[in-house]
Design a binder for this molecule. Structure first.
Ligand code: KIV
Length: 290
């Protein structure tokens, strides 16, 4: 795995990710929300695992990310950090955990760092969040900025729609990225924007730029693990490439289990526990007497 690039065996730091950008080595990132999935992602060699608040939709069946709370994010992020030995883990700041002010942002991001053990937090917003990013950075909390299609602003954006598609909006995204970088953001995530805008931002920023639906020129790529494994089929964004169809695999496996139980093929002798030596005869005697 890893093509021409070597996969480092130890835990990755922000310096390793910055070095990858400098060398032009692609950075891989996936969302991960639970222990077993994070274990597999880490073993496969993904560089960054994002415990995204998208878990509200992919794992908890919510209609949007807005109802996700800090307590949920801490619990899920902790499950991921327990599994991970190598990947850099980013914990997402849920809706209203940082928009209400710098003090709230520090307290809540501090929980993700201290209670869940993440390496960095992510928050949505550009120029308007620069002061918050600066405050978090000063409080020793590494921050990944997230601009473009920002799901927490879905109501303001009028739904899940691509951003930066006219020159003025594209330039505003570049200004957002530069403001986040000046404020101390250690990485920036671009979501749902044209590739030319992704390229301009990647070339002008010195921190690693990761894209999800932001074209091939970013320093790294992110996919939602439930999309790329075919777990979540409510809708599939244009930028998703499906690498497996877990819906089909799991439904088919559960169907075979149901058939086996009905046909008496499961459980078989190999799935049953034996009684201790000599105990079966004694048990039968006891049964005969009752
Ligand atoms: O919550 C998440 O997984 C995200 C991605 C959609 C970028 O923020």
């Amino acid at each position: 795995m890893g093509g021409e690039f070597q996969i480092m065996a130890r835990k990755l730091t922000i310096l390793d990710l910055q070095e990858k950008k400098r060398r032009g080595e692609p950075i891989t990132m996936l969302t991960g929300y639970d222990y077993p999935t994070a274990l597999l992602e880490d073993r496969a060699g993904v560089d960054i695992i994002l415990v995204g608040d998208s878990l509200g939709m992919t794992v908890l069946g919510m209609e949007s990310t807005l109802p996700v709370t800090m307590d949920i994010m801490v619990t899920m992020s902790r499950a991921v950090t327990r599994a991970v030995k190598r990947a850099f883990v980013v914990g997402d700041m849920p809706y209203m955990s940082y928009q209400t002010g710098k003090r709230d942002a520090i307290i809540n991001a501090g929980r993700l760092m201290q209670e869940a053990g993440v390496d960095c937090v992510k928050l949505e917003g550009g120029v308007e969040m620069a002061e918050t990013v600066e405050a978090l950075t000063k409080a020793t909390i590494p921050v990944m900025g997230h601009i473009g299609l920002t799901p927490q602003s879905m109501s303001q954006l009028g739904g899940f729609r691509a951003q930066g598609r006219d020159a003025k909006a594209a330039k505003a995204l570049l200004d957002d990225a530069l403001a986040l970088e000046s404020a101390g953001a250690c990485m920036i995530l671009l979501e749902g924007i044209p590739p030319e805008v992704g390229q301009a931002i990647t070339e002008r920023c010195s921190v690693p730029i990761i894209g999800i639906g932001a074209g091939p020129h970013c320093d790294g790529q992110l996919l939602i693990v439930h999309d790329m494994l075919g777990f979540f089929d409510k809708f599939t964004p244009k930028f998703v490439k499906k690498y497996a169809d877990m819906n089909v695999i799991i439904t088919e496996a559960i169907g075979r289990y149901i058939d086996d139980v009905f046909a008496g093929r499961f459980p078989g002798p190999e799935h049953c526990y034996a009684m201790k030596e000599g105990e079966l005869e004694k048990f039968r005697e006891l049964l005969d007497r009752t």
